[in-house]
Design a protein around this ligand. Structure first.
Ligand code: HSE
Length: 309
């Protein structure tokens, strides 16, 4: 890269992690998006010069593009005396439940930050990336953006109150992306805003147990807690074969399995790489039985988040 150009990778993420709707997420090692950014003299302006890997599905107009909005918000707040040219290289499917829009927004802001005389700390970049995410999903939640930015498993207690959770060392994440597309905005609009007291109690117990299970590397506790009784039953109908694929994961030793973000991808957490490989194969075959092609990803939890090259 030349002095005025920089490349940033931001990883795919699994949001919700079952019982942590809108507040829990983790980063994967791959896939992820890349952004190449160059400084321009047009203060506060963003131009998107190239988009690859999106099959013409993403807008070049910066105010409509997640990366563009995130970069614009950042430049404005910092009163930057420069502008940016962005190349967006999508290296993961859009509308897949892998946090594609968050990855682009995070990569754009991390890139923009490197051009400041006094760059902000990673966590301070969160609100700008969230602004970008909001364009795609219609709401401001940090469960994809935060892990893409700082890595690890993250609890977003609020959009400006994020906490790293230490994952068990040998934890593996399997993600299966079926070739279907679900719009996050639609998968959110379909959700009921009513939860019974009994459901609230059970979901809260699972969330507490899951976080404690991660911190203590207590696999049986993770297994008992990785359950979503509120959102998953409502969204499962969007994914043909969902319950068969989930069963395939559990029968083959996964600690738990649910929808990744708003779907259609499913994720499963596994105690080790051997189980993860078996689970990935079984889940892929289960989708095949429903005549759905899918792509598996197996990854440890990504501990660093977005990376500057
Ligand atoms: N928590 C979000 C959802 C993630 O499930 O709708 C997708 O942006």
């Amino acid at each position: 890269m030349s002095k005025s150009g920089i490349k940033v990778f931001a990883p795919a993420t699994v949001a919700n992690l079952g019982c942590g709707f809108d507040i829990l997420g983790l980063a994967l090692n791959e896939p992820g998006d890349e952004i190449i950014a160059r400084k321009t003299e047009s203060a506060g302006q963003v131009t998107i010069t190239k988009i690859t890997g999106a099959q013409g599905n993403l807008p070049y107009e910066p105010t409509k593009n997640t990366a563009g909005v995130a970069a614009l918000a950042f430049l404005k707040k910092q009163r930057a005396d420069f502008g940016l040219e962005l190349e967006i290289h999508k290296k993961m499917p859009i509308g897949s439940g892998l946090g594609s829009s968050s990855a682009s927004a995070v990569a754009a802001v991390v890139a923009a930050n490197t051009f400041l005389k006094h760059p902000l700390h990673r966590r301070e970049l969160l609100p700008f990336a969230i602004a970008g995410e909001k364009v795609a999903s219609g709401s401001a939640h940090a469960d994809n953006v935060a892990p893409a930015l700082i890595g690890g498993i993250v609890l977003a207690r609020d959009v400006d109150d994020i906490h790293r959770i230490i994952p068990p060392k040998s934890l593996y994440v399997v993600v299966i992306y079926p070739k279907l597309q679900i719009l996050t905005s639609e998968a959110r609009a379909m959700l009921s805003d009513r939860v019974s007291l009994g459901e609230h109690i059970q979901q809260s117990a699972n969330l507490g147990g899951l976080i404690l299970g991660f911190e203590r590397s207590d696999f049986p506790l993770i297994k008992r807690s990785l359950k979503d009784i509120i959102i998953e039953p409502q969204r499962a109908e969007l994914i043909p074969g969902f319950y068969d694929v989930k069963d395939a994961a559990l029968v083959n030793g996964a600690l738990g399995c649910s929808i990744s973000g708003a779907g259609p991808s499913l994720f499963a957490l596994c105690e080790n790489t051997f189980i993860a490989n078996n689970v990935a194969q079984a889940m892929t075959q289960a989708f095949q039985k429903h005549k759905i092609e899918s792509t598996p990803y197996i990854s440890e939890v990504n501990k660093e988040g977005a990376k500057i090259f």
